[in-house]
Design a protein around this ligand. Structure first.
Ligand SMILES: Cc1ncc(COP(=O)(O)O)c(C=O)c1O
Length: 388
């Protein structure tokens, strides 16, 4: 078929492709362990389900305002004050169908064709294609240090006259690394002085352990919210285990949010009404479950650390947050695609190749599944690696 040229430039999400591969092997009767997952295997908060049920029982489920229902926006105003210390209003918020859509409409709202978006590697697999979808040019930047901390100078070295935005994801998918506050502070100052948008992808902000806090863009912003170049992206998917509800949001200057709203209005009209009330329920009463989720993830992270330590030449970059680890297996095989394929065939374990996150020689191993699968999966990886 003669499709648009652009459609061939957009790659399928590698993580979703591996999910299908794992499902296919399972159907064929293989005892596959999927250590590549991107969502907590946890229950959504009871308050979220209750709110959704209440709406469903009315049988009145209609369109909502494009940028979200006022009650949810009010709850996000409170959330932003509680977790970011930033006073904002409803007009500074857009609710979208997942953090992914919030990010996508933000890029569409700010980019002119060919303008550059810088983001540190390792990066979420979707960033390069999302930037391309918005007619921009992705500019990944590799950190020098092996602990995958990015520095302000490394990012600044990539800035050109075409730079329109810098996109930072802390805590980071796929590494679980939390960036240094001092570097983010310099970045905020630089972006605001140079009128470059700083998009902070904060989707894993609350999945953080060991007493750490992830720096947020707003805490270092000197500007009033309506003249700030910081745009924060967040949502209920990860912190409340509500990936299937598809609710995320962006907080930023009114001018940006209103442009995003115009775009979203033509894309999806509004996020799902049922999901919005569920998200409201989570924000108003889901803290207990969120805390339980955090505790369970710390336990699994510690199991993962112990198990990876048994693999002689693997090097773990210790994850203080998220439910991902990014493990350096380059002593066994430098090509992470080859290695991931080898592990599917020889260990029946699914991992995600680091190359898709911009850094080869590593694999992303998630610790969001069951403890048993984590132990068994890593032990199978260890055994298979003995053959290399
Ligand atoms: C870094 C990052 N940002 C955004 C998202 C999207 O989140 P949502 O499911 O709310 O669209 C993900 C999901 O995997 C992610 O890893």
């Amino acid at each position: 078929m003669n499709l648009g040229k652009f459609s061939y430039e957009i790659k399928p999400s590698p993580t979703l492709a591996l999910n299908s591969k794992a499902a296919e092997l399972k159907r064929a009767g293989k005892n596959v362990i999927h250590l590549g997952g991107g969502e907590p295997k946890w229950y959504a908060p009871e308050t979220a389900i209750k709110k959704a049920m209440e709406m469903l029982e009315t049988r009145v489920v209609r369109y909502t305002p494009v940028s979200g229902i006022p009650e949810l926006k009010d709850a996000i105003v409170d959330y932003t004050f509680k977790y970011y210390g930033k006073k904002v209003e409803g007009k500074n918020i857009i609710v979208s169908s997942g953090a992914k859509q919030a990010l996508m409409v933000a890029l569409l709202a700010i980019l002119n064709p060919g303008e550059e978006v810088i983001f540190p590697a390792p990066f979420w697999v979707s960033y390069p294609d999302m930037v391309k979808l918005a007619n921009g040019t992705p500019v990944p930047v590799l950190p020098n240090s092996s602990d995958l901390q990015i520095t302000f100078d490394e990012i600044k070295n990539k800035v050109t006259e075409k730079t329109k935005a810098i996109l930072v994801n802390t805590p980071n998918n796929p590494s679980g690394v939390v960036y240094e506050a001092a570097e983010i502070e310099k970045l905020v100052k630089f972006c605001e002085e140079n009128e470059i948008f700083l998009i902070m992808d904060d989707i894993y902000r609350e999945l953080i352990y060991d007493g750490l806090k992830s720096p947020n863009g707003f805490e270092f912003s000197k500007a009033d919210i309506n003249s700030s170049y910081v745009i924060s992206i967040n949502g209920v998917s990860k912190q409340y285990a509500m990936t299937g509800f598809r609710i995320g949001w962006a907080v930023g200057a009114e001018e940006v949010i209103s442009a995003m709203t115009r775009i979203q209005g033509h894309q999806t009209s509004c996020p799902s009404a049922v999901s919005q009330v569920a998200a409201l329920g989570a924000l108003q009463g889901g803290e207990k479950e969120a805390e339980e989720l955090r505790r369970s993830l710390v336990k699994k992270r510690d199991i993962l650390t112990k198990e990876i330590a048994k693999i002689e030449k693997a090097r773990l970059i210790f994850p203080h947050a998220t439910f991902y680890s990014f493990v350096d297996f380059s002593a066994y095989e430098k090509d992470s695609h080859k290695l991931a394929q080898f592990l599917i065939e020889n260990a029946e374990v699914v991992t995600i190749p680091g190359k898709d996150f911009g850094i080869d020689g590593h694999l992303r191993i998630s610790f969001c599944g069951s403890e048993e699968e984590l132990i068994e999966g890593i032990s199978r990886i260890n055994e298979a690696l003995q053959k290399i």
